[in-house]
Design a protein around this ligand. Structure first.
Ligand code: PA5
Length: 426
């Protein structure tokens, strides 16, 4: 399902030398003895998830899909990135599903919110508001605006039916509001942080609304859980990726570029960036996670990667079998000179672009390259891939010696903003 190829990673240390340390960290993760151990619920989630809630998610999604044409997913960071990554990876950027998914609650851009308001005001829309804390300002502001719009255009009773709140089981402003309004509620488990929450109701409800098979996604994650529940570094690909990153950091590469050759995986890169960036970047340590979508970014960032300062290594997410393919036609006049490609598929060209680029970056540009190949993209493999990266991330960040599950630095901008906005208590 997933293959990790480190042959072009230019590693100077042996995997063998990390074997014992990795086995120790594996025990820390599974016995919950490390820093942040309150947030390890994702490790066994594919086995232990709340089956009744998943049935309720599917039922509500089926009912609501009959009634609305647009779902506003209102959340920020871990409360929307995973769902968006899954939906765009699996359904593409221009899906023909009945329910269109639009993302709000992740910005204070007045123009964006006003544009979404104009777009949905005469449509049949619903809202899934998602916030574990229930107090995130970007999400609360957008929810207040669109809740009011829904109540004004459709009435309180319809709004109550069309609003779904995903939040803490017991506390927070959103929980209080939702209880009072009588919305359908789904729970963010106490022991799972935002960036590890895509396989909980946080991701699963929007994903189900997009018509994607959530059972298949959980099955993929379960198979990955079984596969990567293996302390042996030499046979655990997820751990090898986690270790290779730390070796490259030590070797003088403080930035990692996650590369995809598929536009519909751009949001997967955004999800990956949050997972690794927020988990690792603390105490003055960590690898800067960045991303590139090739070949388009080869025409912007390609020059820097090839010949610029040697600060980064690449991690390429390759897809063996594309979801769809098309053939390049022959042309009698051949004025564009492309007949040498006639009869070949576009994916064949994409694979050759990938091969040629890796060769150029590694052998001429001296840029280390990790290749992660996913057989194909569907609900099952997306779930599998999510678990792979979660496990790799926890291993990698514990090896670096920081807590992968907190994000104290994120509070600093909030405090300043609250002070400037005159929020009581700041
Ligand atoms: O990974 C995280 O914990 C964060 O990115 C959160 O998901 C994000 O800040 C949103 O928080 P909340 O769900 O409390 O609104």
């Amino acid at each position: 399902m997933i293959n990790v190829d480190l042959s072009k990673a230019k590693l100077t240390e042996s995997m063998e030398s990390y074997k014992d340390r990795v086995a120790e960290v594996h025990d820390m993760i599974h016995n919950k003895t490390g820093a942040g151990n309150d947030f390890l619920g994702w490790v066994d989630l594919p086995t232990n998830y709340n089956k009744t809630e998943v049935e309720n998610i599917k039922k509500k999604a089926a009912e609501l899909s009959e009634e609305i044409d647009v779902l506003l997913v209102c959340g920020i960071g871990g409360s929307y990135l995973g769902a968006r990554a899954a939906i765009e990876a699996i359904n593409g950027l221009y899906p023909t599903n009945k329910v269109q998914i639009i993302y709000i609650g992740n910005t204070f851009s007045a123009t964006y919110l006003a544009q979404v308001k104009n777009y949905v005001k005469d449509k049949e829309f619903g809202i899934n508001v998602i916030s574990k804390s229930g107090t995130t300002t970007e999400t609360s502001v957008a929810f207040r605006i669109f809740k009011e719009l829904l109540e004004e255009t459709k009435g309180k009773e319809v709004a109550q039916r069309r609003i779904v709140a995903t939040t803490d089981a017991h506390k927070g402003a959103l929980k209080t509001l939702s209880d009072q309004e009588g919305y359908t509620e789904f729970v963010v488990p106490d022991d799972i942080g935002g960036r590890y929450s895509v396989l909980t109701a946080v991701g699963l409800f929007p994903i189900a609304m997009a018509g994607i098979d959530v059972d298949a996604m959980l099955k993929g994650a379960k198979d990955a859980q079984d596969k990567y529940n293996n302390p042996d570094l030499l046979t655990n690909d997820a751990y090898q990726y986690g270790v290779a990153r730390q070796m490259l950091l030590k070797a003088g590469y403080p930035a990692e570029m996650f590369v995809t050759y598929n536009l519909q995986l751009q949001q997967t890169a955004e999800w990956w960036k949050q997972l690794f960036g927020e988990s690792e970047g603390k105490e003055g340590k960590g690898i800067l996670p960045t991303s590139g979508t090739f070949s388009t970014d080869l025409h912007s960032l390609g020059q820097f990667i090839q010949e610029g300062s040697k600060v980064l290594f690449e991690t390429v997410l390759k897809i063996k079998e594309p979801q769809m393919n098309l053939e390049i036609p022959s042309d009698a006049d051949n004025l564009d000179g492309l007949n040498y490609l006639a009869g070949k598929t576009v994916d064949y060209v994409n694979q050759k672009a990938c091969e040629g680029t890796i060769d150029a970056h590694v052998n001429v540009g001296n840029v280390p390259n990790i290749q992660i190949t996913l057989d194909h993209v569907d609900a099952y493999s997306f779930g599998y891939m999510v678990y792979f990266f979660e496990k790799a991330c926890a291993m990698s960040v514990y090896l670096l010696g920081v807590n992968p599950f907190n994000q104290p630095g994120v509070e600093v901008y909030k405090k300043n903003m609250f002070k400037l906005l005159g929020k009581p208590g700041y």
